[in-house]
Design a protein around this ligand. Structure first.
Ligand code: NAD
Length: 497
């Protein structure tokens, strides 16, 4: 059985824990690997190494750090096929989607290549007479990232390239369900010239996470995962005096206005609801049909959901792969059962899908509900599977109210041809990432990614300019070089006269 180890101080590391987790191929349902589940001691040892590595890495000129990122970018490009295959093997999503998600991670590395520009600081000559002042951003120290299963390359790459380019060292605790990508990325960054100990991957579960939260030498924690765990991370990291950004779950709405190009909306919804089997934090899981468009929307959607090509991720014909684990498959099926019991109309039922040759894979077909109401659990809770709920709203105001009243606020879209409606929507809606005729409005690497409400605890979004702010602290220096005899002691606040 393949054993996935930790990556510490530039090489694989076994640590001292005997606990192991199971890693499956979701398409076959077979266990393919074991992953070490690290101990508190493994984490603390790794932090000590990262702390030492920080001393020399943090004083390297930003340009030298950027050059490592340039080389890393080249190595990712050269190894993109292998990394995408690792994503498919452990996560299950289809190959081209896996490649796309890797590219979105690579774009953060490209942004990190420009770090000298981002760290230039600000200078004011003569803030007072012959007094100059400048502000610089300095790295924090050892930072940590805890990541979810659904983007095993992209989400870690939202974090560590930014943290490292800013001069920090980093501990990455990837999802124990698909950890191989993180190991591979750490190897490549080492090959790119990153000094040993600057990036360390410690595999594990709650034990390592709690050790991260308690370790006094970790200055900042970035987290992406479900809302209950995000809240736990936020509260405990803050209690232990760490900087923290904790991104949580989602229930993204797509508002379909009666004047929209319906085919465009339907195609957008299909990709956004069923792509990656709905296991995306930016997946659209609610379509809000406004006015009289509901019947036409459901009719067009159902025809497409019925013929959705579900299959293993390496099959070129597959549009949607399996779910991550058997437990998750049962949970998603359970939600569909709940929806039926709650009285929603199940227009397309994917629960009984069986694939010849992949009978033990974690597959479910696309599911479509109509007449979903806002007090139903399938509307309120995140399902994280290929289940789209259509909710009817009489007008734009009612649709906007639904979105604003929901506890999550990650992403939202509107499909319309009315510029006034689109502008009002983007201005008033209480959601962090908004798409206008764009189904999945994931910001590019040079903007920042993050939701509102219970989709993000903390105040800085991931990567882009907010990423630089998160991984650095501001220092402002005020300086005077007096010549000749100066004034007497001053006991009042100095002000500009
Ligand atoms: P998860 O919350 O179960 O796990 C995320 C991380 O937390 C993993 O590394 C896991 O090992 C760790 N963890 C799990 N339980 C823990 C516990 N009790 N104590 C301490 N640590 C624990 O999430 P997941 O199932 O891996 O990922 C899916 C979730 O992530 C969905 O809710 C999805 O919306 C969310 N997500 C959000 C974003 C975003 O940007 N907002 C992006 C991707 C995924």
């Amino acid at each position: 059985m393949n054993l996935i180890q930790h990556f510490v101080n530039g090489k694989s590391y076994k640590g001292n824990s005997n606990r192991k987790g199971k890693v499956f191929n979701p398409a076959t349902g077979e266990q393919e690997s074991e992953v070490l589940l690290g101990s508190k001691e493994d984490l603390n040892n790794s932090v000590n190494i990262a702390r030492k590595a920080f001393e020399s890495w943090s004083v390297k000129p930003p340009l030298q750090r950027a050059r490592v990122m340039f080389k890393f970018k080249e190595l990712i490009e050269r190894n993109s096929e292998e990394i995408a295959k690792l994503i498919v093997a452990e996560h299950g999503k289809v190959y081209e989607d896996a490649k796309g998600s890797l590219t979105r991670g690579l774009e953060v590395v490209e942004f990190a290549c420009g770090i000298p520009q981002m760290l230039k600081g600000e200078f004011t000559e003569n803030v007072g007479s012959e007094v100059d002042s400048w502000s610089i951003r300095q790295p924090l120290g050892v930072c940590a990232g805890i990541t979810p299963f659904n983007f095993p390359a992209m989400v870690p790459m939202w974090m560590f390239p930014m943290a490292i380019a800013c001069g920090n060292s980093f501990i990455l605790k990837p999802s124990e369900k698909d950890p191989s990508c993180s190991f591979k990325l750490a190897e490549l960054l080492s090959e790119a010239g990153l000094p040993d100990g600057v990036l360390n991957v410690v595999n594990g579960d709650k034990e390592v996470v709690d050790a991260i939260l308690e370790n006094k030498d970790i200055q900042a924690v970035s987290f992406v995962g479900s809302t209950p765990i995000a809240k736990y991370i936020y509260e405990n990291a803050a209690r232990n005096e760490k900087r923290v950004q904790a991104l949580g779950g989602a229930k993204n709405h797509c508002v379909v206005m009666p004047d929209c190009d319906l085919d465009q909306a339907v195609n957008g919804l299909m990709g956004a609801a069923y792509g990656s089997a709905g296991e995306r934090c930016m997946a659209q899981s609610v379509a809000v049909a406004v006015g009289d468009i509901g019947d036409r929307l459901v009719d067009k959607l159902s025809k497409k959901v019925e013929v959705l090509k579900v299959g293993p991720g390496m099959d070129n014909n597959s549009e949607m792969g399996p779910l991550i684990t058997k437990e998750h498959l049962e949970k998603v099926r359970g939600y569909v059962d709940i929806g039926v019991k709650e009285g929603a109309k199940l227009v397309v039922d994917g629960r009984n899908l069986k694939l010849q040759g992949y009978e033990n894979g974690f597959f479910i077909g696309g599911c479509l509900f109509d007449n979903v109401k806002k007090d139903m659990r399938i509307y309120k809770e995140e399902i994280f599977g290929p289940v789209l709920s259509v909710v009817r709203a009489k007008d734009f105001e009612e649709a906007s109210e639904l979105v604003n009243d929901h506890e999550y606020g990650n992403g939202v879209s509107i499909f319309t041809r009315d510029g006034d409606a689109a502008r009002t929507f983007s201005s008033k809606i209480k959601v962090g990432m908004v798409g206008i005729n764009i189904p999945i409005p994931v910001p590019m690497a040079f903007h920042s990614f993050g939701g509102w409400k219970r989709s993000l605890f903390g105040d800085q979004h991931m990567h882009g300019p907010e990423g630089v702010r998160f991984y650095t602290k501001l220092k402002t220096i005020t300086s005077r070089w007096p010549s000749g005899i100066r004034s007497n002691p001053e006991f009042i606040m100095p002000t500009m006269k």
